[in-house]
Ligand binder design. Sequence first.
Ligand code: C5P
Length: 231
Amino acid sequence: MDDPKVIVALDFSDMASAVALVNRLDPSICRLKVGKELFVREGARVVESIQSRGFQVFLDLKFHDIPNTVAAACRVAAELGVWMVNVHALGGLQMMEAAAEAVAGYKKRPLCLAVTILTSLDTSDLQGIGLVGGPAENVDRLAALAAQAGLDGVVCSALEVQRLRQSHGAGFELVTPGIRPEGTDMNDQKRIMTPARAIAAGASYLVIGRPVNQAEEPVQVLNMINAELVE
Ligand code: C5P
């Protein structure tokens, strides 16, 4: 597979546990996501180790700071050679423009996406931080701001994919967590979608954690998901 759609979340607390899973996987069937827990514990070496095995890495650190600091962090991520990096849209237009500009100069530049509204926030949480309206309208406004800033796309819930695909067209990357293959445990995810439905709705890539990283046979699960996607 040239462009695997599944990004497996390496939600582990240390390198040994992450590598135990990575050693069972193959870069032709998935990409890998390194988030805050693993990165804070192990640092850049975990990314380098995974990349040396041929995997493309989504460095999910959701940068949110003044433009200069975010741009500097994005440059370091680009120099590390990651495939995708992300920032918080709530950092504002100038911060997102600085991030887009920071990665633009690299020959093999990472895709740079924005997180709009965290799916853990509901309307009353948004009110609490002074945002008017519900999650959907805030997501739409912030996704438009990310596009205006020249970012490559957004991380969003599968339930928002269809709407965002319609308003932003084919070139805008939509990366969606909250994905569950038919018949698997929902865990703590509340609003889920199957891999095939999310791709059909317009998702570019799917972030999948526990259905793969806790599976007895992770390759078998990935093969099933990938087969479902080409049907
Ligand atoms: O195990 P599960 O498939 O639920 O993991 C989903 C991954 O996507 C986790 O790494 C989680 O932090 C991340 N994520 C999410 N919901 C969001 C954003 C990120 O589940 N809105």
